[in-house]
Structures are given as C-alpha cells and as structure tokens.
Design a protein around this ligand. Structure first.
Ligand code: DGL
Length: 271
C-alpha cells in the first residue's frame, strides 16, 4: 500500500523550510505542499487563543489541498496548539518530541539549553517533554524574540555584528549555566545556526528540529502505509498569506532551488 498524496507542512513564515528541506532529503519522492503564514508572522508573541486559531486555519488550508499528513514545522504551534493531535483526520506531528529525543541523545553533562519564541518558552513545552523522557537532565530556557524578525529580513550572516550581538544578549545566561547542548526550539533558528554556533563556542551541540522531525515523519508514514513509492522526484508547491516576493527570494536562497513563480498567495482568513 502507498499514497501519492502530498505531505502538508506549515509554519508562520520561512522557518518551517528548515524542516521541509530535511524532508526533501529524507523522502525525495514525496510531493510537498508548504504554507508560510507570512501575513501574520510572528506567531511567537501572540496569545494562546490566537495561535490556536491560526494553527487550525493553516491545517484546514492543507487539508483542503488533500494532504495525507500534516507537519506543524513550528515550535510555537507544536507547543501551544496541542489539540491538533486529536482533531486532525490525517496523521500529524509537531517538532517537539523528535527534537527533545535528539537533545537527550546529544548531551553528555545533562545540561540542555532551549531557545525559542516567547510563547514556546512560556509554555515550558520542551522542559516538560524532556522531563517525561529522562530524569537526569537539567533544562535552561530562554526566549529570543528578536531572532524571527532577523531571519525574516535576511539578517543571518555570522560575521555581521548586529546578528552576533543580538544572539549574545540572549544566549549568554545559557553559556553561564554550562549547557553542552542547545535546542533550537523555533524552526526559524536553524537559519541562524552558524551565527549561534559561533557565539556558543565549540563544545556545544546545536540540535535543530528539521532532521529529527523529517526522520520521525518518515517512520510515521511508513507505519501507516502512506509512503509514496514512486521513483520520480517529488514536486513542491509553496503558498503564503502575503506577497510572495520576499518569501520567494529568501526561500530560494535557503533551499538552494529556484522557486521563482512557484509561490502563490492565498487568503488564510477564508479557512
Ligand atoms: N518558526 C516558528 C516557531 O518555530 C514561529 C516563529 C514565530 O512566528 O514567532 O516557533
């Protein structure tokens, strides 16, 4: 048994592409529909009710496009809109559990830092997941509200002092705690990975949700007999809720693919 339907991925903007890119590598034959809610980004400073409403609309849009599974490639949605697990009619995953597991594998001294949006950090979602999986880890959390605007505006160069100073301001307390592993708890942050690594210094492992979530999704689809066994390369469609221009450019650079003309604007409030 197999399914040739696409996999749906959503995020508030560009961040979920870090998961999409890994999924393209892990499952190269799968078709993907990506939705970035660029008209309403950032999610991470919004209220719980608003994030839940947005997450439901994003998932509804993907369902209308006949997806066989949905990935919330967004730390904020994964932390706040927990009800999606029970309500969606297709297999669903967020990024929390796969990422928490990877961090526990990586740490040697048991001290794990988590950085994320304010909503994610206030929910203590990573801390709770890690506590469920292990009694031997200490988790130190820090929200970094300026990181998403940096990424959405293309400020990612590790040599740029604006970028490195903003990062330093947020992560210094975690360096002081002696964390040897840092969870990039927001899917936008892997785009800043080199810059964050430079500030954290050698000896700290950065764990990003992309690869772990892609591998988990592959297992999930396999267990439900929903993998696409076609020999052909998957096709990709991108949708956004604001003008495609900025997204097209930054996403193209990030995915190392020319996606000019492949991004469509939709009215997400209609879902
Ligand atoms: N990339 C998302 C996350 O993982 C959302 C960031 C935001 O919109 O604030 O949290």
């Amino acid at each position: 048994m197999q399914s040739k339907k696409p996999i749906g991925i959503f995020d508030s903007g560009l961040g979920g592409l870090t998961t999409a890119r890994e999924l393209m590598r892990v499952l190269p034959n799968e078709d993907i529909i990506y939705f970035g809610d660029t008209g309403r980004v950032p999610y991470g400073n919004k209220s719980v009710d608003t994030i839940i409403k947005y997450a439901n609309q994003d998932a509804n849009f993907l369902l209308k496009n006949n997806v066989k599974a949905i990935i919330a490639a967004c730390g904020t949605v994964s932390s706040i809109a927990r009800g999606l697990y029970d309500t969606l009619p297709v297999p669903y995953t967020g990024v929390l559990r796969p990422t928490a597991k990877s961090a526990l594998k990586a740490t040697k001294n048991g001290k794990i830092g988590v950085i994320g949006t304010t909503a994610t950090i206030n929910s203590h979602s990573y801390q709770k997941h890690i506590a469920e999986l292990s009694k031997d880890a200490w988790v130190f959390e820090q929200d970094c509200p300026l990181f998403v605007p940096l990424v959405e505006n293309g400020f990612t160069d590790p040599e740029d002092t604006v970028v490195s100073e903003v990062i330093r301001r947020y992560v210094e307390p975690l360096i002081q705690k002696g964390v040897d592993t840092l969870i990039l708890g927001c899917t936008h942050y892997p785009i800043l990975k080199n810059a964050i690594a430079k500030v954290m210094g050698e000896g700290v492992t950065l764990v990003d949700s992309g690869r772990a979530t892609a591998l988990y999704t592959a297992e999930l689809l396999k267990s439900k007999n929903l993998l696409n066994h076609s020999k052909e390369e998957g096709t990709y469609k991108f949708f956004v809720s604001d003008t495609p221009h900025n997204f097209e450019h930054l996403a193209g650079v990030f995915l190392q693919k020319d996606i000019e003309g492949m991004v469509t604007q939709i009215d997400i409030e209609a879902y």
